[in-house]
Write a protein that binds this ligand. Structure first.
Ligand code: PRX
Length: 631
């Protein structure tokens, strides 16, 4: 099933469209199933109801671990690079990882977790995070990983939504020169989480933590009580593997649900083909496991393919902006997969940070999470890949489980800023506002998918109707991505960004409504409106227009702004803090009370020349005031 040439790609693509079931059955049979499936695909996009490999039984950890032991038991599965370059790292072979996953799985069982139970994981980027995730999968527990930068409130919301029974965390986390008190954040969260019975705490920073009798246990002590014998639970292909929360244009984040069989097949297939992974190569994905990129391309995809996956605890600028290149050099990394925001930020530090490192091991470069601008693309190509490494600009989403539109390294001719062509099994369609298909090339529209692939989300946890409404109702019969897209004369796709009220800040997906709700929780705030604006490094910055109940005088305004930032940090987390806050006396609203975001976006972009028709506004004068006070 391995694509080696563009002809292979075209053939695979054609088969995947003409006979998707035969195509995916062919891919899936390369994995280890306890029991074969009886029907490859059942689906409709109306309910929606999507099932792949119906009746098939498997355990994803047998595919990620046990299956490799005979042939590559002593090959590194995970190479861990700590935050501090002077601290010793860890290399876990497949045999060691298998052993540790089984032990951790037994710890979970000992603490009352069984098949179908939900486990919240709030951890630093250490091997134990990957081990925790795999241990859940081993026993059929459903993991919900929460990124270590989220606030107590965000954790509590996620725990309560999924009714998690247990939390796995650490005393603290190191990120660059910061130390984050994870356990203490969890303690705050758990005040409002009655479903949680146990907390397993790993030692990382050894910062003092409160340990509650009957609830909190040390991971290291628990591990001493168990053996490494843990047979994998037999799972149905459609049993839930994990929940991952992500932001949308309305309400609280939704729990995107992925299932065992289809997700595994899709993550592995895309990993192997897009990166053209060769046995023995070292793959370095710089994402955090708290996001989908980490789930699919640090943990499941690479391990299902028997690859060596590098896991990095720190940040690209610590101890200096040469850290990524240092890691590439030190571990002879072959595939580097990172986000445009990281590239843009590192570009700013100049070439001397790059040039004193040997980057000749690199074979493939990847980009993900947001549109990559031409300048960053070329810098990556010239200075990191030295014009000899294909760049794969991979477009996908939490909901898609794996990459959907991407070049295949060395196979698909690349074009800066283009995600290029759909992968086999992916059937994109551009539609206009009314849902009418836009055919032909040299066109743009809203990006939809007309046929399922194995990694597509199945539901949103606890609320199937929300899944239907969010993704399958805007254009009946289609999956709507929320992205705008153009298809050029060559049929190449370029993703232009979200067309809904979702921001992409440094590759992090943030709903404007979520940020507004957080700002509105500040005692002095009456109302707010949040929009994105172009930001040189982050891609998008967050601009907040705030109506305060008493317009702060100049000398108080800064303080109030800082209070608002602190409020947002508390409610969501530091990643959602606005970059700019403007106090206004009113917002541009239509007579029906709808905020005209189009106008606010223009002002935030600094483009006030043509604000379009403002005559339908309740109070057009407010626009002049906002224009005059723009920050
Ligand atoms: O707008 C697209 C953007 O990120 C969104 C998905 O965010 P999330 O679910 O957090 O997953 C990110 C990692 C897969 C998309 O709707 N996006 C992601 N990759 C690209 C991209 N935009 C342009 N080009 C990409 N390569």
């Amino acid at each position: 099933m391995r694509i080696r040439t563009f002809d292979d790609y075209q053939q695979a693509y054609q088969q995947s469209v003409e006979d998707p079931e035969a195509f995916w059955a062919g891919v899936a049979q390369e994995f280890q199933w306890r029991k074969p499936w009886t029907k490859t695909l059942q689906w409709n996009f109306t309910e929606p109801n999507i099932k792949w490999f119906v009746g098939g039984k498997l355990n994803i950890t047998e595919n990620c671990l046990d299956r490799h032991l005979a042939e590559r038991g002593d090959q590194p599965a995970i190479i861990w690079e700590p935050n501090d370059p002077h601290e010793a790292g860890v290399t876990l072979t497949y045999r060691m990882l298998h052993d540790q996953v089984c032990r951790m799985a037994n710890v979970l069982k000992r603490n009352g977790v069984g098949k179908g139970d939900r486990v919240c994981v709030y951890m630093p980027m250490v091997p134990e995070l990957a081990i925790a995730v795999l241990a859940c999968a081993r026993i059929g527990a459903i993991h919900s990983v929460v990124f270590g930068g989220f606030s107590a409130q965000s954790i509590a919301d996620r725990i309560n939504d999924a009714q998690c029974r247990l939390v796995i965390t650490a005393d603290g986390a190191y990120r660059g020169n910061k130390e984050i008190p994870l356990k203490s954040v969890v303690d705050d969260a758990l005040i409002g989480c009655p479903s949680v019975e146990k907390v397993i705490v790993m030692t990382r920073t050894r910062t003092p933590v409160a340990m509650l009798k009957g609830r909190d246990v040390w991971m290291e002590q628990e591990l001493k009580q168990v053996t490494a014998d843990c047979p994998a639970e037999e799972m149905d292909a459609e049993d839930v593997l994990f929940i991952l929360y992500t932001s949308g244009s309305t309400g609280k984040p939704k729990g995107v649900v992925h299932t065992c069989g289809g997700y595994m097949v899709y993550a592995a297939y895309t990993f192997e083909n897009v990166f053209q992974y060769e046995p023995g190569q070292v793959h370095f994905c710089t994402a955090d496991i708290g996001w989908i990129t980490g789930h699919s391309y640090i943990v499941y995809g690479p391990l299902a393919c028997g690859a060596t996956s590098l896991l990095f605890e720190g940040v690209p600028t610590y101890p200096d902006a040469g850290r990524f290149w240092d890691i590439v050099d030190k571990h002879q990394v072959n595939i580097l997969y990172t986000a445009p925001t990281a590239i843009r930020s590192l570009m700013g530090f100049g070439l001397d940070k790059v040039e004193n490192h040997d980057l000749s091991s690199l074979k493939v470069l990847g980009s993900v999470g947001e549109p990559i601008n031409a300048e960053a693309w070329h810098w990556y190509d010239d200075h990191i890949g030295k014009n000899r490494c294909p760049i794969v600009d991979t477009w996908w989403q939490t909901e898609t489980g794996g990459m959907l539109i991407s070049p295949i390294a060395g196979v698909t001719k690349t074009k800066p800023t283009y995600a290029t062509l759909p992968l086999p099994g992916v059937q994109p369609m551009l539609v206009d506002e009314n849902g009418k298909e836009i055919e032909g090339n040299g066109v743009s529209g809203n990006l939809c998918m007309k046929f399922p692939w194995p990694g597509i989300l199945r539901t949103t946890w606890g609320d199937h109707e929300r899944c239907r409404q969010t993704y399958f109702s805007t254009y009946p019969g289609l999956y709507f991505t929320g992205d705008g897209c153009l298809r050029d004369e060559d049929g190449y796709y370029r993703i232009t960004g979200r067309v809904d009220d979702v921001l992409n800040v440094s590759g992090h997906r943030i709903g404007t409504a979520e940020v507004e709700n957080a700002i509105n929780m500040h005692t002095g705030v009456v109302e707010s409106a949040v929009v994105g604006y172009p930001h040189d490094i982050k891609g998008q910055g967050i601009y907040a227009y705030v109506i305060a109940d008493a317009m702060p005088a100049d000398h108080d305004a800064d303080l109030t702004k800082r209070d608002i930032l602190a409020t947002v940090s508390r409610v969501i987390g530091p990643i959602a803090k606005p970059d700019k806050i403007q106090f206004v006396s009113g917002l541009p609203k239509t007579r029906s009370g709808k905020i005209m975001r189009r106008i606010l976006r223009k002002i935030a972009e600094g483009d006030t020349s043509n604000l379009g028709d403002t005559t339908t506004l309740l109070d057009p004068a407010v626009v002049d005031e906002i224009k005059a006070g723009a920050v």
